[in-house]
Write a protein that binds this ligand. Sequence first.
Ligand SMILES: [Zn+2]
Ligand SMILES: [Zn+2]
Length: 353
Amino acid sequence: MRAVVCVPGGTEMADVPDPVAGPGQVIIEVTACGLCGSDVHAIEHGQTEPGQILGHEFAGRIAEVGPGVTGWQAGQAVAVNPLGACQACRECAAGLPFRCAALPNVGLSAPGAYAEYVAVQAGQLVRLPDGLPVEQGAHAEPLAVALQAVQQADVGPGDAVLVHGVGSIGLNAIMALRLAGVDHIVGAGRSPGRRAAAAAVGADAVIDTRETSLRDYVAGTGRQFQAVLDCSGAIGLFAESLDVLAGGGTFVEVALATEAPAVSLFQLVQGGLRMAGTCAYSYASYAAAVGHIAAGRVPADAIISERVGLDDTPSALARLRAPGELVRILSLPGQRTQPAQPARADGSTLAAQ
Ligand SMILES: [Zn+2]
Ligand SMILES: [Zn+2]
């Protein structure tokens, strides 16, 4: 089959052996796989092995059912939870399957979905309803990340929440906050295209933090935040957030941030504030994400900037190193590259195009 494989400094197309369905596995013919920022980062920083196949935000159809698999048939449309997990250990019980050592993760420790076919455990499949474009199942992974992050924030109607960083995860966080009933969502981002996308998926206000500091914004509106979700990893954001969080508020770190901030713990204590780290999602959050997409409750399509064929996936991964106006790119192994959909600067619904 054709696949995008890692090579030193990037990725390239290659012919590789077709995957074989082991016991308990199925082969998925990949319909769509989202290009994830964590893949872009891993490639850019040399954290990949030569020949490795990345890609973990995907959906497709079952092409083949392996030995011992019951309840699944060839042709069924599925979204695939890439996290292999035993669902029995302490970490799994705590809703942290990414910490489970039992099974490999598709697109990380096992071959992923920047390819025509991929082998996965049947236990990681979530059925997509008939009539739903299979491509939409590829949105479940980033939405699940966002649902899990919003759960940590513990917010709802009457609350104001800041989402800092409006790339794919930040935009999904805005959708998840809408689902949670939060009535004042502020997005913060630097690229005009991404800010337009934030408005399109439900942000009530969108700010450029190079022009307006969070402290100035809150001073101007007179409204503090019940939660700040950091989807950017921006240096200094945690310290600044302590000044803009309302009493009892929560700072949620969603990005793979590496800062070691010097902050006032007294401020944390005095404000009754909480700080939470969140990574990936529980199996329940992943299934919930598929449910929201299937029911049409989230405008996940609205943030797609481009759909590229497999052959153009290596160059798309390279372009995402400096995304500019790009928001989300889908790799469609069975199709050719389609014309780009630039985000609308006026914030009108991108999906309407
Ligand atoms: Zn991802
Ligand atoms: Zn486990």
